[in-house]
Ligand binder design. Structure first.
Ligand code: BTN
Length: 255
């Protein structure tokens, strides 16, 4: 499979521009350093090999060189800072839509894990600075074997479609979708949310999650107009802006 990143770089929508590094510890960290020294928004930094990929909640992200994508996008949002968390939903949706263009149906596990048939295919790490946001995306494209610890919960696009996919083609699809979706965190957020809601795998399920160290259990009622997770607990309805690990606590989906 040929991965034609130079060709892709020549037809990305403005202001996105692709820089490919042979190796990086973490593309999020590299982009942060560039952002701090004044790099303009729109940089997409891809590492062919990432040796110290970081995940959410301090976890590590392992990507298999040649089979998966590890890249970070630098954004300098026009919108007020309070709206920046919405970029997580926008990114999850962009990745989901890009994957769907290759065939499989996808789900979004709020706020932004992307699933295919109940397994995680992509992880997203959104980190903000004073005047920028870094959107880091790890996407299993052709990965066939996963480390034992995640073998039961991970998948790849290739495993689901039964074919191999060009990394540059998949990257191009993600960036094209992201270019549209990341602009919708302001006035067009409602429209974007409808597409997220259609894919939300938590709605109707009983879950257990932690918020700032305290555990909550309840039934997910959906996603609120501001993008928060609506959780019906024993004490009432809560809108959660963020949560750590969200686990299914029952296997029934109520109507
Ligand atoms: C998660 O699901 O926990 C998020 C994983 C995010 C991994 C990506 S790979 C590219 C970018 N660089 C990093 O160090 N992390 C993100």
């Amino acid at each position: 499979m040929i991965h034609d990143f130079p060709e892709l770089a020549s037809y990305l929508p403005a202001p996105f521009r692709l820089v490919v590094h042979e190796q990086a510890v973490s593309t999020n960290d590299e982009v942060r350093a560039l952002a701090v020294s004044g790099e303009a928004g729109g940089l997409v930094l891809l590492a062919l090999t990432q040796t110290g990929g970081r995940g959410r909640r301090g976890s590590t992200w392992v990507s298999t060189a040649g089979d998966s994508l590890a890249f970070s996008i630098l954004i300098r949002p026009q919108e007020q800072k309070a709206l920046w968390p919405r970029l997580a939903l926008a990114t999850g949706l962009a990745v989901a839509e890009a994957l769907e263009s290759f065939g499989p149906a996808t789900g979004i596990k709020w706020p932004n894990d992307v699933w295919i048939k109940g397994r995680k295919v992509a992880g997203i790490l959104v980190e903000a600075g004073a005047d920028f946001v870094i959107v880091g995306i790890g996407l299993n494209v052709n990965t066939r074997c996963f480390p034992l610890e995640i073998a039961d919960i991970a998948t790849s696009l290739g495993l689901e479609t039964g074919s191999s996919h060009s990394l540059s083609e998949v990257l191009g699809e993600v960036i094209r979708r992201f270019a549209l979706r990341h602009l919708q965190i302001g006035t067009e957020f409602n429209e974007m949310l409808d597409s997220v809601r259609q894919r939300c795998v938590l709605t109707g399920h009983h879950v257990s999650l932690t918020v700032s160290g305290s555990t909550r259990t309840g039934r997910v009622e959906g996603i609120a107009p501001g993008g928060e997770l609506m959780l019906r607990t024993a004490t009432g309805l809560e809108n959660l802006i963020q949560a750590d690990e969200v686990r299914f606590s029952g296997n029934t989906k109520e109507s």
